[in-house]
Design a protein. Structure first.
Length: 195
């Protein structure tokens, strides 16, 4: 219920705003949705935007509405399920892991790359800066691998790609090591006690 106060205003709890009407110069009383519209219009005018222009933009049809609504069809799409190998290959390329994967492929596919007979007598130890270090089972096999170096490099390049292995360094069989643990004393060691 609304009652009139002594100064001629309403005394209910709803806020009342007096605004200048566009049609006439008289002051009118606004309530509810009219009050919200007036506040919105005042805010838009203060911000410098024109509400009429926004309405015409909203009503205009979008020329690129077909681009926005993309539906997956029968053809291949990047949203379709993909093979695990393709995803891993893309991740490796994005993160710069391709070189390390190629290096690991040399060790993982050693038998398939060089053949079963050579792989039985030689094993790869390290690959750094394009140089593959291989240890042979005997000095005779070390000599043979040095002679077959060009053919081995061609086989490896064919299997894992060019410029992965540029040089081949062949070591003979390793002598037994007398060094145990992280610390040692320089000198002849236990060999001087053999009489």
């Amino acid at each position: 219920m609304t009652t009139r106060g002594s100064n001629g205003t309403d005394s209910d709890n709803s806020p009342t705003i007096f605004a200048r009407s566009d049609d006439s110069n008289t002051q009118g009383e606004l309530r509810g949705s009219d009050l919200a519209r007036a506040a919105l219009k005042a805010a838009q005018e203060a911000a410098g935007t024109n509400s009429r222009r926004k309405k015409t933009q909203r009503q205009a049809p979008h020329a690129d509405s077909r681009k926005r609504r993309r539906w997956s069809g029968a053809g291949a799409d990047n949203r379709d399920p993909q093979r695990f190998g393709q995803i891993l290959g893309r991740i490796a390329t994005d993160r710069g892991w391709s070189e390390q994967l190629a290096n690991g492929e040399v060790f993982g596919r050693w038998t398939a790359l060089v053949g079963a007979e050579i792989a039985e007598h030689a094993k790869p130890l390290a690959l750094r800066d394009g140089e593959l270090i291989v240890q042979a089972s005997s000095t005779a096999w070390a000599t043979q691998l040095r002679l077959l170096q060009r053919q081995l490099l061609a086989k490896i390049a064919k299997g894992v790609g060019p410029n992965v292995v540029k040089r081949l360094k062949v070591h003979g069989p390793a002598a037994p090591s007398w060094r145990y643990g992280p610390r040692h004393v320089s000198g002849r060691g236990p060999r001087d006690t053999y009489g």
